[in-house]
Design a protein around this ligand. Structure first.
Ligand code: F3S
Length: 396
């Protein structure tokens, strides 16, 4: 890989140990994946924040670093609401460690608003063609597919290294040749709302890590594309997809149709809603919305549906603190119902989810991860189904 003189000096340790470690990680990745050089990035989004996932070893690694990030960098969700962790049922021991992790990142100049939807926040609204180093899989999918920016699915250490150097290695989805569709997916029914999460859940399992080109019967909105991409990144490893005539690269480019075409029928979408019927009777249930973190539109919709209602089961609505702080009236309407607007964290990365036996979600991504990462059962429904479920019986 070609390095500039300045990059060579960094690699030789002339600017200190932290930058040396950081560029070593980028160069190692570049060498593995055949990058020709390092390229400047506009921003970084760093996973590896929840104490549940990184533990003491991760905390120690971050704490040993020094200096400041060179580009705007922001954190993925932490393991708890950083202010109301007690209301979530998080232990003081966990909270202490989680706060230490946040402080360690803060010391490096990282924005500690913890969210998987950084693209709603000023400074992180990426543009078409921007090179980024983002790590949370749904954020990566949204940046690549819905915005038309370019990022690989970075690990926490490589995203932080990219932020410290201000560059990333030029390979994978940064290159035109890897952004072309390699499989088509034709959907035979009209879709709306949570159907897109169900579609992503199904498509990801078949598509794996390829680049699908969707042919849809109707045009999805941004939140629906967010749900589709998040689910496919979880049940498969899709980091980039296109929707014919909808997503930016598919609008600008006439793609050759890939040889393989997968057909998805209405009955398959319906099955995603129905396949956990056995989980219906569990008492110790939580309803969790906002995977990925809610946009202001989604928050408004939930507030509208909850207005004047009282929920009887535990219910979380996950969003970024920035979005929650910008719409206090929506937060207040939601919380008047008894539901909690949870910031900085989510139903998957918080250990508080493990206090329940069953979680109902409207997200194809959460449906995939809740059983494997939180060890509780999950079932799927629309936002309306979830709210109905929350109001239907007594708290577990
Ligand atoms: Fe975000 Fe957590 Fe879902 S990080 S995408 S809300 S699993």
């Amino acid at each position: 890989m070609h390095l500039t003189k300045e990059e060579e000096r960094t690699l030789n340790g002339e600017y200190g140990e932290t930058l040396q470690k950081a560029i070593e990680i980028l160069v190692a990745l570049g060498d593995i994946y055949g990058a020709d050089s390092l390229i400047p990035i506009k921003s970084a989004q760093i996973a590896g924040v929840s104490y549940k996932t990184i533990g003491d070893a991760g905390l120690e690694w971050i704490s040993d670093l020094s200096g400041k990030v060179k580009v705007p960098a922001i954190l993925n969700p932490a393991g708890m609401d950083l202010k109301r962790w007690q209301d979530m049922g998080v232990s003081p021991k966990f909270a202490k460690k989680q706060h230490e992790i946040i402080k360690a990142y803060e010391k490096l100049g990282v924005n500690t608003k913890c969210t998987c939807t950084p693209y709603y926040l000023e400074g992180f609204t990426a543009r078409y063609g921007d090179h980024l180093a983002w790590s949370e899989s749904s954020a990566v999918s949204y940046a690549n597919s819905v915005i038309g920016a370019r990022t690989n699915r970075e690990g926490g250490p490589s995203a932080l290294s990219a932020a410290l150097i201000g560059k990333t290695a030029n390979y994978g989805y940064h290159l035109d040749e890897n952004r072309k569709p390699t499989v088509s997916v034709t959907v035979e029914c009209e879709l709306s709302g949570s159907n897109y999460g169900a579609l992503g859940y199904l498509a990801g399992m078949t598509v794996g890590n390829r680049v699908p080109l969707f042919f849809l019967k109707n045009e999805p909105c941004g939140d629906e594309l967010k749900a589709l991409g998040a689910a496919m990144a979880a049940s498969g490893a899709v980091a980039l997809y296109h929707v014919d005539k909808v997503t930016p690269e598919a609008r600008k480019t006439v793609f050759e149709h890939p040889d393989e075409n997968i057909v998805i029928e209405e009955s398959q979408i319906r099955e995603v809603y129905e396949n956990r019927k056995d989980a219906m009777s569990c008492e110790n249930e939580i309803i969790a919305l906002g995977c990925p973190h809610c946009s202001s539109d989604e928050l408004a919709r939930i507030a509208r549906l909850l207005k004047g209602k009282t929920v009887k089961k535990e219910m979380w609505v996950c969003t970024s603190r920035e979005v929650a702080d910008s719409y206090p009236h929506l937060v207040s309407t939601i919380e008047k119902s008894g539901a909690m607007v949870v910031c900085d964290t989510c139903m998957v990365v918080s250990p508080a989810s493990e206090n329940y036996k069953l979680m109902m979600v409207d997200s194809g991504k959460a449906l995939t991860y809740v059983p494997s990462m939180c060890r509780l059962e999950a079932k799927f429904g629309s936002i309306e189904d979830c709210i109905k479920e929350a109001g239907d019986s007594n708290k577990g």
